[in-house]
Design a protein around this ligand. Structure first.
Ligand SMILES: [Fe+2]
Ligand SMILES: [Fe+2]
Length: 380
């Protein structure tokens, strides 16, 4: 029987169809055509929202937490930044990243642990005596330094200084949760004895000395670390990255990101973690980039200066130590508000995972507003 041939049977067929849908639901299934709109959106359906977490709002709470939240209550004193578009049950700053301001008071040691999610810290404030030890490499951190703890590495944190240490944690926890692959371990031991922090088994600035000079790599280096899927260099000094930016400042730079450098895995030239790309971008005085959008999301930390990022036409102002996110596939452009001072923004994005999975899509606008993707013009 065919409904087109016998329209008078339409009602009977509709009733039969309704029954069929109910039966399929009982079998935990459904017709593709009933959800096609949901499954084939013309644009990515993005729940996360553009947002700025202002340091001026959080600094008092960071200070307060350092006074009234004792070590016993908080094994890692992080204030998690939650995206207002995402479900509160899930600790997510974006769909793929977990970001927190964390504070460590003088004398504290946060005990060694290990996990499958990849983690990183961007140091905001310290007197130079705060540290992280990763697989025996003890790294003292200064403002703008990056330290990573790749998947499967033992790490512990502490503060031997006289001032609180504040950093920004950026982890791929939501990605690990999506794959049901989040695994954590505690109770670190050496010679059969459980201890809170690792002995320093690698010399000072080990990974920077071994891998931190562009273009050369010691043949005798032990490059394998953790689950062997990240960069063997763990610690990057801000002074080195800033010097690299300064050396490039008179070049034209990237039309969408200004004068930008990526942190790279010296073993293969790729991103330093499989799920996170790290970059530092200098927006020169008065610089205003062109707009693009891509199927990767980014979280930024402002290290120097002030400016704004225009996301889908809305201006989001930022200044030092603010953190902001650009959600997936939203048009965005960056502006340095000053005509005399540099602005430097640090970015962690999920692009490497999206690219490896073959899901990356980017669209770019030129000065005339013409949009291109993969080098081809998109008809309007
Ligand atoms: Fe950790
Ligand atoms: Fe971008």
């Amino acid at each position: 029987m065919n409904v087109q041939d016998k329209p008078e049977d339409g009602a009977a067929i509709e009733a039969e169809r309704t029954k069929m849908y109910a039966k399929l639901r009982e079998l935990n299934a459904y017709g593709f055509w009933t959800v096609q709109g949901e499954m084939e959106p013309p644009e990515p359906k993005v729940k996360e929202l553009a947002h700025v977490w202002r340091w001026s709002d959080f600094a008092p709470f960071v200070e307060q937490a350092s006074r009234i939240v004792p070590h016993e209550l908080a094994d890692r004193r992080g204030i998690v930044l939650h995206n207002p578009g995402l479900d509160m049950q899930r600790p997510s700053t974006t769909n793929t990243q977990y970001v927190a301001y964390s504070v460590y008071v003088p004398g504290e040691i946060f005990s060694a642990h290990i996990h499958s999610p990849a983690a990183s810290r961007m140091l905001l404030k310290s007197d130079g005596k705060g540290y992280t030890t990763v697989e025996g490499e003890k790294a003292y951190l200064e403002r703008g330094d990056l330290i990573t703890t790749p998947s499967g590495t033992w790490h512990d944190h502490g503060n031997e200084g006289d001032e609180p240490m504040v950093w920004v944690d950026m982890l791929d926890i939501p990605v690990a949760a999506f794959f049901n692959a989040g695994k954590f371990g505690f109770n670190y031991t050496e010679n059969g004895v459980q201890i809170p922090s690792q002995s320093a088994t690698r010399s000072q600035m080990y990974s920077r000395r071994f891998y931190g000079t562009g273009g050369v790599r010691p043949r005798f280096a032990e490059a394998r670390i953790g689950n062997d899927n990240g960069s063997p260099q763990l610690h990057w000094k801000y002074a080195d990255v800033r010097a690299a930016l300064n050396a490039l400042r008179d070049e034209s730079g990237d039309p969408y990101d200004g004068c930008i450098v990526d942190y790279v895995n010296v073993m293969d030239g790729g991103p330093i973690q499989k799920t996170q790309n790290f970059s530092m971008q200098l927006l020169r005085p008065g610089e205003h980039t062109l707009s693009h959008r891509h199927t990767s999301s980014s979280v930024y930390v402002v290290l120097e200066g002030s400016g704004s990022t225009i996301i889908e036409g809305e201006e989001h102002k930022w200044e030092e130590n603010d953190i902001f996110c650009v959600p997936t596939f939203k048009w965005h452009e960056h502006v340095n508000a000053s005509s005399t001072q540099d602005a430097v923004i640090y970015c962690v994005s999920d692009a490497p995972a999206v690219q490896k999975l073959g899901l990356y899509w980017e669209e770019r606008k030129d000065r005339k507003g013409t949009i291109t993707t993969h080098g081809a013009t998109i008809p309007s």
